[in-house]
Design a protein around this ligand. Structure first.
Ligand SMILES: Nc1nc2c(c(=O)[nH]1)N[C@H]1C(S)=C(S)[C@@H](COP(=O)(O)O)O[C@H]1N2
Ligand SMILES: [Mo]
Length: 241
């Protein structure tokens, strides 16, 4: 599948991610636009052959772009999906998809904002509040953060406990009022409404309560763990909203 050339305002999508993938990490992210533009032509060929589909536009995505740092991701559904909650908790648990569906669902409609500039206004997400799962597990004293792992085998994310307990942080089962598709991280993804979309880990399979924040995939590569939209280094050199 050949990714379409991205629209002009989001051309940096491939560039920034490729910088990260090449291990330039913090240096790459923090680099002046001039440096990035210089590198862009050098990286153009690599971006065009990007095996992860990082630069792909979702066919029916309604403005969303497909992101995966893993080259391929297994499909999971009601029969084989599991979400584990463990770490510094009194009652570790494993949820099936049906078990998550049986819990009270919360629906939020907010704007989605990626650090690379694209934005999708008014997107409905619904699912179980993360705080509910944490309460069910019984967070132990001394816990300070939550680490998220994914069944793509690669991506990780994190929140401190106060952020994780917010009402607008969901373990999402639906997006755009449909079950979360595989491409969007289904059957279950995290949705952290007030933060840049990289916090919203796709293909969520693990929630581990930890003592301290352990940086996630993009955070290891220079992006803020406290990724409040408009109030973190996720705001790049070409904001669109
Ligand atoms: N597992 C996983 N989750 C992920 C990512 C990823 O590469 N892998 N990319 C993040 C980024 S940078 C964005 S913008 C969104 C993209 O979500 P979408 O593919 O549904 O548009 O997922 C976030 N969650
Ligand atoms: Mo993103």
């Amino acid at each position: 599948m050949n990714p379409e050339p991205p629209p002009a305002e989001s051309a940096p999508v491939g560039r920034r991610i490729v910088l990260g993938m090449l291990g330039l990490g913090v240096a790459g992210v923090a680099a002046a636009p001039v440096l990035q533009r210089g590198l862009e032509s050098a990286l153009g060929a690599a971006a065009g052959k990007d095996p992860t589909g990082l630069t792909g536009l979702l066919p029916n995505g309604g403005g969303f772009r497909y992101y995966s740092v893993a080259a391929s991701v297994p499909h999971r559904g009601a029969a084989d999906y599991r979400l584990t909650v463990d770490g510094l908790v009194d009652r570790p648990a494993t949820y099936t998809l049906d078990a998550l569906r049986a819990l009270p669902q919360t629906r939020l409609v907010r704007d989605v904002q990626c650090v690379t500039g694209w934005r999708v206004p008014g997107t409905p997400f619904a699912g179980v509040r993360l705080s509910r799962l944490l309460d069910a597990a019984g967070v132990r004293p001394g816990a300070g953060a939550v680490r998220f792992t994914c069944f793509d085998g690669t991506y990780t994310e994190s929140l401190d406990l106060e952020q994780a307990r917010r009402d607008d942080v969901l373990v999402a089962l639906s997006m755009q009022d449909r079950p979360v598709s595989h491409a969007h991280g289904g059957p279950v993804r995290l949705y952290v409404a007030p933060m840049y979309f990289y916090k919203s880990a796709k293909w969520l399979s693990g929630i581990t309560v930890t003592s301290k924040v352990r940086r996630g995939f993009w955070e290891e590569r220079g992006y803020d763990t406290d990724a409040w939209v408009g109030r973190s280094n996720g705001r790049d050199d070409h904001p669109t909203g």
